[in-house]
Design a protein. Sequence first.
Length: 417
Amino acid sequence: MVDYSPTQKAMAIGPKCSGFISFCSSTFIIYYVLRSPKRRGLVYHRLLLGMSISDFFGSLMCVLSTWPIPKGEAYLAAGTVGTCAAQGFFNQTAAFCTPTYNISLAIYYLLVIVKGWKEKRIAKVEKYLHALPILPGLGTGLAGLFLKLYNGAGWICWIAPGLPNHPDRHDPSYGVYRLAFLYAVAWFIICFLAMAMLTIYVSVLNQEKKLDKYLSTSMSKKKRTNSIKIRNQAFLYVGCMYMTWLFGSVFRMMQFAGKKPPPAIIVLFVLFFPLQGFFNMLVYFFPRICRKIEVGTPLTASFHDSKVASRLRMSNPFNFRRGNKDELKSSKVASAVTNSTIGNSTTEEAVAERPMTEAAISNVSWCAPEGLLEEAPEEAPREGHTDSPGKFEKDLELVVEGMEKDAIDELVEISRA
């Protein structure tokens, strides 16, 4: 009977625990998206669904850990060469697809927040956002299968040397395949996400600076809530990727350098690497947790059923066309629009003196992202309207443009769910 070390036992048992947590997290996200026809019909949630399905299989492989490895080659191993190859295929495909879906989501955020794309326009490129992770993931998975690269890697079946048990499945270049098939891609993704989140943060911050001249003195002294939210969400978004890949990257770099990783790094690697699904759920529900703390809205409630949505609908400057003019007196933009279309005298100085609710600036486009900026029938200005032709409309357009550049942490749950 083989006497396995504590580290080898931890490598077999640890992934089962963290993998199970991730498995449950991904399963919950899948259920949460599929149970709602509205979420199923939106691009963001379909991207999240694809990522969660990928992680579902990846987490399941981590739960299996050493079981599919040929018997006698690892602690708790009870499989065959065939079961190991099958686990290796699903492990490689999921390990590639899951983080790569983060690129698709980052591109989605860039298009919506920075470029101002709407749902219909994004839907036209959705197939490419799914193809980006799926096709290379399946390609590398099948390539590893045909090249006979999958062997027991200590805690799971993946690209590993076949010696000494399976010399016919040994490829001396397995280290190159590990780097090319996964780790080089993962490191690129981490860098790309950091740059994408920085771009989004700067974009929102610049929009807030443009809106400063429309704010009252008291509001201009307040913190830039959108940029702060997006900064915090960006740190969480990128930080979760770092937590998943940090210890694995250190482990592989030491292997590539010909050094033996210490037991602590090995254990942390096998514990954190399977947690991608848990971190995905954490990022997804973090805004809902904040909403729960702020206004007491249930975590699983639709945004449009929340107290925040009710307040935002009242602050929508275009609601006066639907008979809600009396509810808009607290909004500078609403008053400006009302006065300009109904005919009251409105100057830039007078508009600047009117207070604007914070929600009216930062959250209007979240209420009805598709229909908010629909053009309304033009009305002839009445006597007393003193604005120069086009000047007020230009200023108002700038305000509305700023409203569309919203924070990433609530963009999806508000404008897309």
